[in-house]
Each structure stands twice: as structure tokens, then as C-alpha cells.
Design a protein around this ligand. Structure first.
Ligand SMILES: [Zn+2]
Ligand SMILES: [Zn+2]
Length: 332
């Protein structure tokens, strides 16, 4: 998660004529690559997602585009699946250099503080960790690891066009339709190309099931994510171009695997509270879905645990009993 250097450099694969997957390096050991997609549109391309920003981001993106036969100037517009650093991080630099419009969901502001004031955002995360029972030595390790990495955001810019339900993105392959799919992030959307049954899924479903809920901005990210899985199923796509990993075809199996994983982790959180009230940190293994969360995944585990607790609260199964430190219990 905290690996400071990027293991390799950009690659470009043509998926179908007119669609290139740009596989871009990420500074995270657990997720070493992310995808952007360049899709032919007139005399240039629509760029779906941008890769991670920071000191190497734009160079890696330019390399990926070059391998696909394009230059940065060929980008006619950016359409982001969501505002996380690995999908939106380079947007500000591209807009500044090329002058193209940015299309993104209006709820992109969940990353504003991380993008404009990373130290402030980190302090807020560390305060939240303490409140949720994380011991001070681990809080300090979290701070050290985060400070050794770039934020991955080249700037905080909002949409020229707001990607809400039904907004259409024109390409040479046809018209992609936007579907809001919150849960992984409040700003998450997927793009569907009905005439070819292609889904561009961002992080809603990815090659290898990997759950993350950007919690604290909406009432129930887990519930929203489950609803978004249903929305993806109803599109009936046959080929998925996802935010990480290779393209895949069996979309219903993937959505089901995501539901099962959410179900298992919710059961784990229920079981972890069965013997009495606990702080989120005390049940972090259940929330993170790992046996022994290493310090580098405490931040991730805490977000996941809080998202599951919030979902159980919405279901009437759990509630917060105390505030400092936060302590949660089952309702019966
Ligand atoms: Zn994401
Ligand atoms: Zn991602």
C-alpha cells in the first residue's frame, strides 16, 4: 500500500478497434496498476479516467497515449468514473495543458480537501482514527506512511459538464450513456455503450473483487454500492472495461461475487460485535476482511469497518453506544 516507487511503466492494449486500455502504474503495492481508456472520437480521443497524478502521473499517461498512437493534445475531453486519485488525479494538468473539458459527477468534492490541503486531510483522518480507538503508535505509523506518498491529485477542479444519469458521451464507437453508481465513491458513475453491450465500470466492479467504500459523505455507502450492483446488472452488458485489471465478460458472476463478499464481511462485523460492544479498531479485521490487518491497511480497514457499521445501523442491527472512543454494539 505504501510502496513509494512505481514498479513499471505505462502500457497500451487495443481492446477492440477504437478502444485502448492504458495500463498506468500506481504507487500502491496492493493495487500496482490502474486503467484509463482512450476511445476514438473524430480526430482525437475521449479519455475515460486519467491515472494517478503527482510527479510521474502525466508522463506515464503521455507514454500510454503514445503507445496507443496518440498525443496528449489529441484528448478532446476527459470523462471520469469517479474522483479518486487513480482515476482523476491528472485531470487538472490535462485541462491546463490541452484546454479540454472535464466531465465528472457533481459530487466530486469528497476529494477536495485531499487535493488542496493533503496535510489537513491527513490530520482529519488521524483524528478520526484516534476517535475510533486506534492506539497512538499506530496513528503515528499511519501518518508516516501517508506522508511518504504523494497525494496523487494535480489539483481540485470541478466539472465543465456534470455526469449525471443519462448524460451521453459521443465516440466513434457510439454513444455511451452515463449511469450514476455511488457507493465506492459518492461521485462514481459507469458508462454503458448499448449498441455494443460494453460497460466501462470504473471501480464499481473490477477484475479481482476489491471492495472499498468512501464513507462519511453519504448516508449508507454499502447500501448505495449494493443498489449500484443491481443497476449494473440491469444494463445487461457483455464486456466490462474496468478501472483495474483486464477486461472481462461474465458481469453477472462478478456482481454476484461482490454481493457475496459484502455479505461475508457484514457477517464478520456482526460476529465481531456478538460478545459485546467494541470500538471500530477492535473489529477492524472483520471490516477489512483480513485476519491480521498490518499497519498499512489500518486506514483502509477503518473506512470499511465504519461503512459496514453504518449499514448495520441503517438496517437497525447496530448502534453507536459511545463517542470517545466510538463504541458500537448490536441492538439485540
Ligand atoms: Zn476508486
Ligand atoms: Zn481505482
Amino acid at each position: 500500500m505504501s510502496h513509494p516507487s512505481r514498479p513499471d511503466s505505462a502500457r497500451a492494449d487495443r481492446i477492440v478497434p477504437g478502444v485502448w486500455r492504458l495500463r498506468l502504474p500506481l504507487p500502491w503495492a496492493a493495487t500496482p496498476h490502474g486503467n484509463a481508456y482512450a476511445v476514438s472520437a473524430g480526430d482525437g480521443v475521449v479519455l475515460f479516467d486519467t491515472g494517478y497524478g503527482g510527479s510521474e502521473g502525466i508522463d506515464q499517461l503521455e507514454l500510454g497515449l503514445k503507445l496507443a498512437g496518440f498525443r496528449l493534445d489529441d484528448v478532446k475531453m476527459i470523462a471520469c468514473t469517479h474522483a479518486h486519485a487513480d482515476h482523476y488525479g491528472c485531470a487538472a494538468t490535462i485541462v491546463e495543458r490541452v484546454g479540454c473539458p472535464l466531465w465528472i459527477h457533481p459530487a466530486w468534492g469528497h476529494v477536495r480537501t485531499s487535493a488542496t490541503d493533503p496535510e489537513g486531510a491527513l490530520e482529519a483522518r488521524l483524528d478520526a482514527a484516534r476517535l475510533n480507538g486506534v492506539p497512538e503508535p499506530i496513528v503515528e505509523q499511519m501518518a508516516e506512511m501517508r506522508r511518504s506518498m504523494e497525494s496523487g491529485f494535480d489539483g481540485a477542479i470541478g466539472p465543465d459538464v456534470e455526469l449525471v444519469d443519462g448524460v451521453e458521451v459521443e465516440t466513434d464507437l457510439g454513444t455511451w450513456r452515463t449511469h450514476e453508481a455511488p457507493g465506492h465513491a459518492p461521485s462514481h458513475v459507469v458508462f454503458h455503450l448499448p449498441e455494443r453491450q460494453i460497460l466501462l465500470s470504473g471501480d464499481q466492479i473490477v477484475g479481482r473483487v476489491f471492495l472499498y467504500f468512501d464513507q462519511g459523505h453519504t448516508p449508507d455507502p454499502v447500501g448505495e454500492f449494493l443498489t449500484s450492483l443491481d443497476a449494473v446488472d440491469s444494463l445487461g452488458s457483455r464486456l466490462c472495461l474496468s478501472g483495474h485489471g483486464r477486461p472481462f465478460r461474465d458481469i453477472p458472476r462478478k456482481t454476484e461475487a461482490n454481493r457475496e463478499q459484502v455479505g461475508r464481511q457484514l457477517d464478520g462485523v456482526r460476529a465481531a460485535l456478538a460478545d459485546g460492544p467494541r470500538t471500530p479498531f477492535e473489529i477492524i479485521s472483520a471490516g477489512a476482511g483480513t485476519d491480521s490487518p498490518e499497519p498499512q491497511v489500518v486506514g483502509y480497514g477503518l473506512e470499511m469497518t465504519l461503512a459496514y457499521l453504518t449499514h448495520l445501523e441503517r438496517l437497525g442491527e447496530a448502534l453507536k453506544l459511545d463517542d470517545a472512543p466510538a463504541t458500537w454494539g448490536l441492538t439485540n
